[in-house]
Design a binder for this molecule. Structure first.
Ligand code: NAP
Length: 327
């Protein structure tokens, strides 16, 4: 297909990366079977890292970030999809070193895409986006190991993308949720998502003895890493588990073997980027059915013109909930 499209592009300057809106040629998109007209994308921490040129994310600039996209199939050389199908593409290399969802078109391998399930709108799929998929994978892993109903759970980074979806979903599934947050101003939001208790990061860390304290929670969703993860592991009840997906508070953490050998707890690693299409279909199908949660109070909608402010907020740890990007 010929023509131009609008995209938000990150480019290198002498003082770091900057963003600009550009017109690009559809024919310049990378190789791939599947051409998609993007309806919505979303903002994740990784998008901000790519947009700002953080090392270890995007190798070559100029580049269009956006690890998430939902849109309409324009054409698929693999014949997996037909024109007009609505598809979700998240992760793999989208928005990292492949032009991403912050543009009106993406071209990707067709095995990066799944059909938007019946019962989930395109808009809601991107309110969830990679953050929702990651929260969903975390909760599925915890459910397999320990179960969710009637548990006491704890979520870190609870006002952020992964955390806010995790609070809402755990509460929906019958867990009594404690939310750890650095934002005193967001307690109302956390309560509306279903949190029964809210702890500041300091309060949580001061009140748990490490490397093993009193068991308080059955399951945990951690997106922070560092000291918060060390503390969480020390306060999980016997046979419980923590799902670990993020590092906003630090990549290193200290612990001991005691939570594992004295309490039999599990540390479950969560990876959403290359997770199989089968896993993705299971999670998205859940969100379209038994995990159907109202998402409007979780998201603000912005367009490409106003995205940079939101990128700065997420990098500073000051974003709340999810940012839906209307393309
Ligand atoms: N493994 C995967 O596949 C996968 C997928 C998606 C995301 N991630 C990772 O998960 C993490 C969260 O992603 P996200 O999109 O949810 O980001 P986000 O929207 O920015 O949320 C992160 C939240 O963590 C808290 N926080 C920020 N800085 C902190 C610090 N220094 N110490 C303690 N808490 C801090 C804040 O919540 P409060 O103010 O409420 O504490 C913040 O809102 C990132 O590290 C991201 O790379 C991993």
């Amino acid at each position: 297909m010929q023509g131009t499209y609008k995209a938000l592009e990150s480019y290198k300057t002498e003082t770091g990366n900057s963003l600009r809106l550009v017109k690009k040629e559809i024919s310049d998109l990378p190789e791939g079977d599947l051409l998609v007209k993007v309806q919505y994308s979303s903002l994740n921490y990784k998008d901000a890292m790519s947009a700002k040129g953080f090392p270890g994310v995007t190798k070559n600039y100029p580049h269009t970030p956006g690890v998430d996209a939902v849109g309409t199939v324009i054409g698929d050389k693999s014949n997996t999809f037909t024109e007009g199908d609505e598809v979700i593409v998240t992760g793999f290399d989208l928005g990292v070193n492949t032009a991403g969802g912050f543009g009106e078109y993406i071209r990707v391998p067709s095995d990066w895409a799944i059909r938007l399930p019946t019962g989930l709108s395109a808009k809601d799929s991107m309110i969830l986006g990679t953050a929702g998929l990651t929260a969903g994978l975390s909760i599925r892993a915890l459910d397999s190991f320990r179960g969710i109903t009637n548990t006491k759970s704890i979520v870190s980074g609870s006002t952020g993308g992964v955390g806010s979806v995790a609070v809402k979903l755990l509460s929906h599934l019958g867990s009594q949720v404690t939310a750890i947050s650095g934002k005193n101003s967001q307690h109302k939001l956390l309560q509306s998502l279903g949190a029964k208790e809210i702890l500041s990061r300091e309060n949580f860390q001061e009140n748990v003895r490490k490397p093993l304290g009193k068991g308080v929670w059955d399951i945990g969703v951690d997106v922070v890493g560092g000291e918060i993860l060390s503390t969480m592991l020390a306060a999980i009840n016997p046979a419980g588990a923590v799902a670990c997906s993020g590092l906003v508070g630090g990549a290193q953490f200290e612990s001991s073997v005691f939570p594992f050998i004295l309490r039999g707890i599990a540390l479950l690693g969560i990876e959403s980027v290359a997770t199989s299409l089968e896993q993705r279909e299971i999670i998205w199908q859940h969100f379209a059915s038994d995990w159907s949660i109202s998402l409007n109070d979780l998201a603000k909608e912005v367009d490409l013109e106003n995205l940079e402010t939101e990128i700065d907020l997420i990098i500073g740890g000051n974003q709340v909930g999810r940012v839906l990007v209307k393309i």
